[in-house]
Design a protein around this ligand. Structure first.
Ligand SMILES: [Zn+2]
Length: 269
């Protein structure tokens, strides 16, 4: 499931289309997570793409006329930049034909993805997206404030999209391993030193995943949307029973709120 680094990788791979115009929109399957609005194609056609922004796991295509195309990749979505006229494949649901002989294709086998056009203030999905952990304005003090008073496990805090935008189960596990903190610890019980380590680990894990994802952009376009985390050597996620890369203690798996948590009982306290 695409998380912040994968979505950021997609954003960067699409930057060449900034400045292009949407000449035509072909909807092959409107039934995504939400069925596309009946005027979806009409509202996009003829607009220029001014910028592409990411907020958490959402991509925002800022268009002429103050319209925004909002995209969320859901479980299995991909936005593929292709030469125009590329033959549609199975699960290619929406094609944006662009000026300059290019097209962007939204492919999504499981159809949990979301596409929506609207003015920024109409896009209700964005109202509850928390601050971006990689933004220059997000600080250790902000993380400390988020943790304060939270009885829930620190891993839930990392994955709470209202608190922090963009982190899912895979990177939450990796961040906590790097920080040396057990996923089940109550957020409010973390010490100042632990919060510092958590803050640093969050930035390090996400930025190195973006760097690795960035190197796989060409892969990404050619393939059926293999996201970046396959490029990242995961240290604890999905490694239950295998030895910890640091101390060789077997990695343990527990379930929190229906999601698997992986940790090293020796390295993480
Ligand atoms: Zn260990």
């Amino acid at each position: 499931m695409p998380e912040l680094p994968e979505v950021e990788t997609v954003r960067r791979s699409l930057l060449p289309i900034v400045g292009a115009r949407i000449d035509a929109v072909e909807v092959r399957e409107p039934r995504l997570r939400r069925t596309l609005a009946h005027d979806f194609a009409r509202r996009l056609t003829g607009r220029a793409i001014h910028d592409i922004e990411r907020r958490g796991k959402y991509l925002l295509f800022h268009l002429s006329g103050n319209e925004v195309l909002l995209a969320h990749l859901g479980m299995s979505g991909a936005l593929l930049l292709q030469p125009s006229g590329t033959l549609a494949q199975t699960h290619d649901h929406v094609l944006l034909r662009l000026s300059g002989d290019r097209q962007v294709t939204f492919n999504d086998p499981r159809r949990f993805g979301l596409l929506r056009v609207g003015r920024l203030d109409e896009l209700v999905e964005l109202r509850n997206v928390g601050p971006d952990p990689l933004s220059g304005t997000f600080s250790l003090d902000d993380l400390t404030a988020l943790a304060r008073g939270r009885k829930k496990p620190v891993k839930n805090l990392l994955m709470d999209q209202r608190a922090l935008g963009g982190i899912g189960n895979i990177y939450a596990n990796e961040i906590l391993f790097r920080a040396g903190i057990r996923p089940g610890r109550q957020a409010r019980r973390l010490t100042r030193a632990e919060l510092q380590r958590l803050f640093a680990a969050t930035r390090q894990i996400l930025s190195s995943a973006i760097r690795l994802g960035g190197s796989s952009i060409s892969d990404y376009r050619d393939s059926d949307g293999r996201p970046g985390y396959f490029q990242l050597r995961l240290k604890v996620y999905d490694r239950a029973g295998e030895s910890c890369v640091r101390c060789r203690t077997p990695v343990r798996r527990v379930v929190h709120a229906g999601r698997s948590s992986f940790f090293c009982p020796a390295c993480q306290r």
